[in-house]
Design a protein around this ligand. Structure first.
Ligand SMILES: [Zn+2]
Length: 310
């Protein structure tokens, strides 16, 4: 996949191309940004270009290195990702062994470590040693969506590149090209420029749509009683796997209503607070159905029985 086939982060792609063209490649980079915005795609394409034997052709696919790279067995390239929940010291030792073997096809070797935030501290300290004494041919690209988990000593050794979410236009373009049909502008907003999130939402599009319908009924005061409310919000009981995202979406919808209608009534603000509390409660393993019951009862009270003070 060439840079021009990857959406978004144009300035970064341009800068990386310049690094290749001017042959000013450093030993270590850190790609930082939320999930699903192309960090890994861009890192892999950067790696292919670094290793390519035919520097005149930006989109080369025919040199020995590119052929091997594209078929996933270039010996000068290694990708490391979490083994289970973490990247372990054993994986670092394995990598180090390869770091100190000279390149075979190209004059460089590239290592991508994905989700670096999942490295154990031991593994990070081991990585640090490699970053401190890199062989001249070595390039390491760290990828992370949560740099807070990284040792400062590791971060300070890398050239930091900040990735941003895709524009709404790019997201819409991607959706169009991949037969993703998300009609709701609110949902497109909810993606925050992340294609990963867009795809996740698309997988559960019916759930989001029915939640949007229910929330709008609530906001418009169209629910007659608490039983109807619970039926209407049935999706909250059914979609345990994505409940945190669904509750986030409910909050987004209420905020949108407040900002559009200039309707700052206390009941909306209280409801947002109730949703936030429920999210936390669900995180701490309380009874699932009871937490949702509780949320819907309290929302009902906010919207009806406490009308006098709202
Ligand atoms: Zn090539």
């Amino acid at each position: 996949m060439n840079f021009n086939e990857i959406l978004g982060n144009n300035k970064i792609k341009q800068d990386l191309q310049e690094i290749i063209d001017n042959n000013t490649i450093s030993h270590s980079y850190m790609f930082v940004g939320i999930d699903g915005i192309g960090k890994k795609l861009i890192a892999k394409e950067f790696a292919r270009k670094i290793l390519c034997l035919n520097k005149q052709n930006q989109n080369c696919a025919t040199c020995d290195s590119c052929i091997k790279f594209n078929s996933g067995n270039n010996p000068d390239f290694l990708e490391i990702f979490p083994d289970g929940n973490s990247i372990k010291i054993a994986q670092m030792r394995e990598m180090q062994e390869k770091v100190y073997q000279k390149p075979i096809v190209s004059d460089k070797k590239v290592f991508i470590i994905d989700q670096v935030e999942k490295m154990t501290e031991e593994a990070q300290n081991s990585l640090l040693k490699t970053l401190e004494e890199p062989p001249e041919y070595m390039v390491i690209i760290l990828i992370t969506s949560n740099e807070n988990k990284l040792l400062n000593t590791v971060k300070s050794r890398c050239i930091r590149i900040n990735f941003t979410g895709l524009s709404k236009q790019d997201i819409t373009k991607y959706a169009g090209a991949h037969q993703i049909n998300i009609a709701s502008q609110n949902l497109l907003e909810m993606c925050g420029g992340s294609i990963g999130k867009l795809e996740k939402i698309n997988e559960n599009i019916d759930d989001y749509n029915s939640l949007e319908l229910a929330t709008n009924k609530l906001i418009d005061g169209k629910l007659k009683n608490v039983v109807e409310e619970m039926n209407c919000f049935n999706i909250l009981y059914e979609s345990k796997e994505i409940i945190q995202d669904l509750l986030d979406y409910m909050t987004v919808l209420i905020y949108l209503h407040i900002s559009k209608e200039k309707d700052y009534r206390q009941k909306f603000l209280n409801t947002i607070k109730l949703i936030e509390e429920t999210k936390q409660r669900l995180n701490s393993n309380t009874n699932y159905d009871m937490s949702i019951d509780n949320l819907l009862f309290k929302i009902w009270e906010e919207f009806n029985e406490n009308n006098s003070r709202s």
